[in-house]
Design a protein around this ligand. Structure first.
Ligand SMILES: [Zn+2]
Length: 273
């Protein structure tokens, strides 16, 4: 996918504006790359906003020059695809971003707990004999982001919430006045990890598909306002890349189907209007 074809997929799904994440090749971590994306997007079918990375190359070794990417037109900062492993860099960015009108968008994951797992840890991972990612890996990340937002009294936006415990953490934080907003994705309101039994890598993404109890609580979170938005986490890969069930990279397409999925699973079921 490139900027033009990605925007065609967006337009086909009725998505008129999108936020392009920085975990591309190359990483969006400099003013030159932000400008390149915005320039290419001038002729695209959907409006493109740019999120630059918090750290260079998403490596948590060196912070991105926030002033430079802001001047070039980036509106958000995230190391999405990974967490910002160095909490000091995350904290520095959270203090600076609001002053520049930028949003920090968090991919919540404890990489030590995730430990290279491929699918949700549970009955299905045991049955398939595939290393699992515990829900706690996401929840520890969510808890860290909320703790930092509370300590700094600065805002944080949490990406692709997939677990019931993360919904509970966000609900509690909002009640306490922490400046947290959050989103989930269409696949987390419609699919469980049982889909993995098909052995199709298109059902592998990060965070992974979870259990029915998680799906139910994600929907509750949308209905009671704990979760503010639904975003696609659109992450396309070629059929060749997705050929091997275990070795394939994470991610699935989402923009063309997001409205239809949410309409089917949330509106037609009477759960939301
Ligand atoms: Zn992510």
């Amino acid at each position: 996918e490139d900027i033009i074809t990605g925007c065609k997929a967006a337009a086909a799904g009725g998505v008129t504006s999108l936020l392009a994440m920085p975990n591309t090749n190359p990483t969006t971590d400099s003013s030159e790359i932000v400008k390149y994306i915005l320039d290419k997007a001038k002729d695209a079918d959907s409006r493109v906003y740019v999120a630059a990375s918090v750290t260079k190359g998403l490596k948590s070794e060196e912070p991105t020059d926030i002033d430079a990417v802001k001047s070039a037109g980036a509106i958000a900062l995230t190391d999405d695809g990974r967490p910002v492993e160095n909490t000091k860099y995350l904290s520095d960015a959270m203090k600076k971003a609001p002053k520049l009108g930028m949003t920090i968008v968090a991919h919540c994951e404890d990489l030590f707990l995730a430990d290279g797992g491929k699918i949700n840890e549970g009955e299905v991972s045991k049955k398939l004999g595939i290393k699992g990612i515990p829900a706690g890996a996401e929840d520890c990340g969510t808890a860290r982001e909320i703790a930092l937002a509370a300590a700094l009294n600065e805002p944080i936006h949490i990406c692709h919430v997939s677990t019931k415990t993360s919904v509970a953490l966000i609900r509690d934080a909002k009640k306490r006045g922490v400046k947290v907003t959050a989103e989930t994705a269409p696949h987390y309101v419609s699919l469980t990890d049982r889909e993995l039994l098909r052995g199709d890598a298109d059902y592998r993404m990060n965070p992974p598909l979870r259990t029915q109890a998680d799906v139910d609580e994600i929907i509750n979170g949308l209905c009671d306002g704990t979760l503010d938005a639904i975003a696609t986490d659109h992450a396309p890969h070629t059929p060749e890349e997705k050929a091997d069930f275990v070795k394939a990279p994470n991610g699935s397409i989402g923009m063309e189907t997001s409205f239809a999925v949410c309409n089917t699973y949330l509106v037609k079921t009477g759960k939301m209007t």
